[in-house]
Design a protein around this ligand. Sequence first.
Ligand code: LLP
Length: 432
Amino acid sequence: LLGTSEIKNNELYIGGVSVSDLKEKFGTPLYIIDQADLEDRMETFVTQFKSDQFETHISYASKAFTNLYMAGLCKKHGLHIDVVSGGELFVALEAGMDPAHIYFHGNNKTADEIEYALSAGVGTFVIDNIQELRWLNQLTKEMEKQTQALLRINPGIEASTHKYIQTTTNDSKFGISTDDEKIHDMIQSLIDAPQIDFRGFHCHVGSQVTDEKYFFQEAEAIVSFTSTISKRYDIDIKEINLGGGFGVQHTPESPSIDFESFLTRYIDVIEATLQKYKIKPEVISIEPGRSMINNSGYTLYSVGHVKHTLEGLPLIFVDGGMSDNPRPSLYEAEYHAYLANKMENQVSENYRVAGKLCESGDVLIQSIELPAAESGDLLIIPASGAYTYSMSSNYNLMPRPGVVFVKEGQVVEAVKRQSYQDLIVNQRHYSN
Ligand code: LLP
């Protein structure tokens, strides 16, 4: 869980920088990204998910964690990017991503967002529903724009994960079921739209999936569907996008995927499945979000009070909580922690780690063995880069923490911590 970080004089160093230095300069809570580790993973995806039979696109799902610096790194490593809102699109464009390398997702793209994406020259729309398709059809005509599209389908494979992050059930709000007859109206309209280049299908099996069999089943389902459609409509399917969802390890006990070997097996399965169904798409794309960023990200907190209640484990209070990481309270997600200034001390007892927000559910970790904790200690949660900063909020008017990227002893403050002034920037005073 500590990736490439090191321990020196009882203290944790990430990217060659001591966490106490980071606290000193940037305060806590603080999101810390081990940049070398992240760039290695980007390269692993690019080099391992490769085939001589088709082109591959690694489209980073920016919902997991994005900002100008992150999107800039995606560009540097030749990744494509998946955006789900005008906001994510804006950040990708501001960061200099080639618009042709952007996939625009979302189940309810607004007309404004579609217009924005068309004028920016976004490469591919991933179409969710019939109304969106009508709007895209109309707007491409009005604006005299061409675009590419994939249709998001639900082939009825549901990976085992928390029900809040399941996506392919028949009552899912995403995509269209392959058993739904209306899918044929959509395919026909896509084929008929002269300004839309209908390239193929997209599907996403769920998120935080650690059993790789689901990805293989999904590949089989989408390729078999593609083959049926390609025969029925006599069209060439040029692209299949298999989505993301690759699970990561959050705690020493939880299962994980070894990406290097998984990606090679995945490519083998995809090649074999394409041969079986005699389908030859030009491009196969995947959309890793969590698996790209999560295990390069750490959240650093300062310990305030340590409290013993009448019952239950003693509480370590940190200076953040569900405002910077809502995942434990939303999905009962489990995390691990270290006292970053007592890395070599003997563990002494089991604690709960709780935040400072006014919610009983604001508990980041229900039980963890740590060295004796006291006020002023630094508590760090590793493997917390995905869906934390991106899902953070200003609840209780907590300023959002900053984000630093560390590499070879250098620190870049990619996102500044919000100030109190930032909290009222769009507000006005009451006056009679
Ligand atoms: N592609 C599509 C179409 C998606 O819907 C998602 C995630 C991804 C790619 C990226 O999935 P990843 O590789 O990151 O698992 N907030 C939740 C996760 C929601 C994921 C939604 N879709 C969490 O914190 O667990």
